[in-house]
Design a protein around this ligand. Structure first.
Ligand SMILES: O=C(O)CCC(=O)C(=O)O
Ligand SMILES: [Fe+2]
Length: 340
C-alpha cells in the first residue's frame, strides 16, 4: 500500500502522531524571519562582478538566488505545472510507481516514495512525497521516467538540460573565483545529475512536523526552483532564516563536495523545509553529482600555503556514510576532516 502523503492527507484534519517531531527539532509556532541578506545575483552584470558576488555568497551563506539566469520563464512554469500535475494523478497510477523501501532499489533508477530514504525503518515520517530520477545523459534515462502526465518527459527533459547548463555556468564562475584551472569541474566531477521533485501537501499542523529535516546536500551543487510557495529555511549563526520565494529565480546551494574541494573556503549550509496549512508546495531540485568512483579531495590550487583539511575519498563511499549519519553535516565533516 502506498503511504504517499498526497494520497491520504486530503481528508485529514489531524496530524498523525508518527509525523510529530521532538520538541527540539520541530519548527514550533514562533516566527522565522525571512533572511534579508541572502545574496541575489544578477547574471546580467559583468563577469568579474558576478564572480566576486558568487564567491562571497558561497563563503558567507552557502546559498544564493539567481535572476536573469537565461532559462526561459515559460519552461520553468511548464515544468512546475507538469510536476504538480504528477502529484495530482489518481492514486492508483502513483501506487504502481511507488517503492516501499527505496533502499532495496538500485540507486540509479526512477523512484516515487514518501518521507525519507527508508520509510519502513523510520519512527517519525517527513511530510513529503518525492519523485526522483537520474537525468544525465538524458537519452539514457528519459525512458525510465513517468509516462504521465503526457508532457512530463518533454518538459522535465528540456528543463534538466537547461538547468544542467546553468549549473555548469555557476561552476565555471566558482572555478574562476577559487583560482582553479579552467575546466576543473569537468565530466568526472559533474558526471551525474539527479532530478528530485519534492511535494509537500498542505498540512494540518506545520508547527509540529517537517517536510525535510536539517541537512546539508551531499552533492557538488544544487539548483532549486521553489515556485511561489514559502518553505525553505537555512540555518545560519545558530538560527533559522527563511528563504524568500522569488518567482522564476533559482536558489543555488553549495554541496558538501564543493566545500571539501575548496578546502573549506566555500560553505555547504544546513537547511530544511517546513510545511504550511494553506497550500501544497512543490519544489524541483537538480543535484549535480560527481561520478561514483571519482576521487574527491581539496584542489591543490585552493590550498595556497594551507595544508589540506580533508582526506581524499571516493564519492560513492561518501554517500554511504551520508546515509549512515542521516545527513548530519558536522558528523560528515568529522569523518573526512584531517585531524591536526
Ligand atoms: O524543497 C525545498 O525547499 C528544499 C529541498 C532540499 O533541500 C533538498 O531536496 O535537498
Ligand atoms: Fe537540500
Amino acid at each position: 500500500m502506498a503511504n504517499l502523503v498526497s494520497s491520504w492527507s486530503k481528508t485529514t484534519q489531524i496530524l498523525p502522531e508518527n509525523y510529530i517531531f521532538p520538541v527540539d527539532e520541530r519548527p514550533g509556532s514562533g516566527e522565522v524571519p525571512l533572511c534579508q541578506n541572502i545574496p541575489l545575483i544578477d547574471l546580467s552584470a559583468t563577469r568579474s562582478q558576478t564572480v566576486q558576488e558568487i564567491l562571497h555568497a558561497s563563503q558567507e551563506f552557502g546559498f544564493f538566488q539567481v535572476i536573469h539566469h537565461g532559462v526561459s520563464e515559460d519552461l520553468i512554469d511548464d515544468t512546475m505545472k507538469v510536476v504538480q500535475e504528477f502529484f495530482n494523478l489518481p492514486d492508483d497510477y502513483k501506487e504502481k510507481l511507488y517503492s516501499i523501501d527505496p533502499t532495496k532499489l538500485p540507486t540509479r533508477s526512477c523512484r516515487l516514495y514518501t518521507s525519507g530514504s527508508s520509510y519502513a525503518y523510520e519512527k517519525i515520517h517527513l511530510w513529503r512525497d518525492n519523485l526522483r530520477h537520474p537525468c544525465h545523459p538524458l537519452d539514457k534515462w528519459v525512458h525510465s521516467w513517468p509516462q504521465e502526465p503526457a508532457k512530463y518527459r518533454d518538459f522535465v527533459g528540456k528543463y534538466s538540460l537547461e538547468v544542467r547548463e546553468f549549473s555548469l555556468r555557476m561552476l565555471d564562475l566558482i572555478c574562476e573565483g577559487l583560482g582553479l584551472e579552467p575546466g576543473y569541474f569537468g565530466e568526472e566531477l559533474t558526471g551525474g545529475q539527479l532530478m528530485s521533485i519534492n511535494h509537500y501537501p498542505r498540512c494540518p499542523d506545520p508547527s509540529l512536523t517537517l517536510g525535510l529535516s536539517k541537512h546539508a546536500d551531499p552533492n557538488l551543487i544544487t539548483v532549486l526552483s521553489q515556485g511561489r510557495v514559502y518553505g525553505l529555511q537555512i540555518f545560519k549563526d545558530g538560527q533559522w532564516l527563511g528563504v524568500e520565494p522569488l518567482h522564476h529565480a533559482f536558489v543555488v546551494n553549495i554541496g558538501q563536495q564543493l566545500q571539501i574541494i575548496s578546502n573549506g573556503r566555500l560553505r555547504s549550509a544546513e537547511h530544511r523545509a517546513v510545511t504550511n496549512s494553506t497550500e501544497d508546495r512543490t519544489t524541483i531540485v537538480s543535484f549535480i553529482n560527481p561520478s561514483p568512483d571519482t576521487i574527491i579531495e581539496p584542489a591543490t590550487s585552493t590550498l595556497d600555503s594551507n595544508a589540506p583539511r580533508f582526506r581524499p575519498f571516493k564519492f560513492k563511499d561518501f554517500l554511504k556514510v551520508y546515509e549512515e549519519k542521516k545527513g548530519d553535516a558536522e558528523a560528515m565533516i568529522e569523518v573526512y576532516k584531517i585531524k591536526p
